[in-house]
Design a protein around this ligand. Structure first.
Ligand SMILES: O=P(O)(O)OC[C@H]1O[C@H](O)[C@H](O)[C@@H](O)[C@@H]1O
Length: 430
């Protein structure tokens, strides 16, 4: 993986980072790297995620999904970190097994997905690290009932991915369901390279060893200097731009297959770094599509943003047929891939010409290896940024408040947070 931070320097962009400031920041990167290595060596909560290329057992994962290898569909019932990593891999890689991610409880949408699949040919992966998430458990109950109504033995078509204890672990024990364990020290948003992300990929026939190899290559690139480690270069430059005013980071892959990657990244970056009044807001965008919508704001709106452009160096291509339409003749003989690359470079240049910071991330190709490298690198970048911000990267206390309020409203206990709902200030205009 390559990261080009040239367009984030202050001689190109405002906000931008002076080279001497980057050198000073590099001393802090060395300290942060030492802290990260210590956390990894001691298997500390969260830091342990960066050890997954060595600790994940891909044979165990393949064995767990093997009983479901007749499946034509996968229903992954999980939310947040229990969905987005696996969904990123599913979206990026082709498979004959069609995967659906039930990561919301919008009733019409859930019902439409259940209607779309043949439940007798569907494998259900119920994923919840905590085993208590209301959305996931509710969706599972709905899926289970749909299977029963369709005369499908749900216990034959379901496996569970969860922690050591909790409602879901109890359910797995009670019905003797196959189960995979979420490693204790791995928070959901850092779990794509564990059982959580890789089981769905294995069921879909992807080479999960190659994903792990790509991650291991990125791990081998971690070094005590941002100039030697692409992952740290990204984490450090995003941090340095944020503290200079680029409080928004638009993640803009130029690969349709990486659109979900931007969603995964958004959770990783937002939940890990958004605390103590700090953090940079991730925004999801897609090239070239969003050049024709959001780019106007990125280039001509307030200069409070950085744009991260992601692409693969190699991809399968489609030629653009010759045309006798005069105004379009320049396109004939070219290809869609060449057009996409031209758009990528044009956008990069157009942002730089407007003094706006942007960073280029490039992988060789969107395949198992490239994805492993990209996902691991972004996790390492996030952990590094957490050290630089000096926040507790691996917790998400702010999310809990709303969960308690919702639970209180549903009669799931006495939570003072639920009272705030009744006390809402209204000023309704009809
Ligand atoms: O895997 P689970 O325990 O069900 O959690 C699913 C998700 O929900 C929570 O609200 C957290 O904020 C996320 O970090 C987590 O990934």
């Amino acid at each position: 993986m390559r990261v080009d931070i040239g367009n984030a320097l202050d001689r190109v962009a405002t906000p931008g980072v002076p080279e001497d400031a980057l050198d000073r920041l590099d001393d802090r990167v060395a300290d942060a790297h030492a802290r990260i290595e210590e956390g990894r060596a001691n298997n500390e909560h969260g830091y342990e995620s960066l050890n997954l290329p060595h600790t994940v057992d891909t044979d165990e994962i393949r064995a767990a999904v093997e009983p479901f290898d007749d499946s034509e569909y996968l229903l992954n019932v999980g939310i947040g970190g229990s969905a987005l990593g696996a969904a990123t891999l599913s979206a990026a890689l082709d498979s004959d097994v069609e995967a659906y991610y039930l990561d919301n409880v919008d009733p019409e949408w859930v019902e439409s997905i259940i209607d779309d699949v043949d439940l007798s040919k569907t494998a259900v992966n119920v994923v919840s690290r905590s085993g208590t998430t209301a959305e996931t458990l509710s969706n599972f109950l709905v899926v289970r009932e749909a299977m029963e109504s369709a005369g499908v033995d749900w216990t034959e078509r379901t496996w569970v991915t969860t922690g050591e204890a909790g409602n879901l672990r109890d359910l797995a024990d009670k019905h003797d369901l196959p189960s995979l364990k979420v490693p204790d020290g791995v928070p959901g948003r850092f779990s794509v390279l564990s059982t959580v992300g890789l089981a769905a990929a294995a069921l879909q026939g992807h080479d999960i060893d190659a994903i792990v190899e790509g991650a291991a290559a990125a791990e081998a690139d971690l070094a005590p200097s941002l100039y030697e480690s692409p992952a740290y270069a990204y984490g450090a430059i995003a941090y340095a731009l944020d503290v200079r005013g680029a409080g928004i980071n638009a993640m803009m892959p130029y690969e349709e297959s990486l659109e979900t990657f931007a969603e995964w990244y958004a959770q990783l970056w937002a939940e890990s770094l958004g605390k103590d009044g700090l953090g940079q807001t991730p925004v999801r965008a897609l090239g070239a599509t969003d050049q024709h919508s959001q780019l106007q704001l990125y280039r001509a709106g307030p200069n409070d943003k950085m744009v991260t452009l992601v692409r693969a160096a190699d991809r399968e291509d489609t030629p653009i047929p010759e045309t006798d339409l005069e105004g379009l003749s320049y396109l004939g003989g070219s290809s869609l891939g060449e057009l996409l690359d031209a758009e990528f470079e044009a956008t990069e240049a157009s942002l730089a010409a407007a003094d706006l910071p942007n960073v280029r991330i490039e992988i060789d190709s969107v395949d198992e290896y490239g994805l492993g490298e990209l996902l691991y690198s972004m996790e390492a970048a996030t952990v590094l940024a957490g050290e630089l911000y000096d926040v507790d990267t691996f917790v998400q206390p702010a999310v809990e408040w709303g969960k308690k309020a919702a639970r209180g409203l549903l009669g799931g206990g006495d939570f003072e947070e639920a009272d705030a709902v009744a006390e809402k200030t209204t000023l309704t205009i009809e």
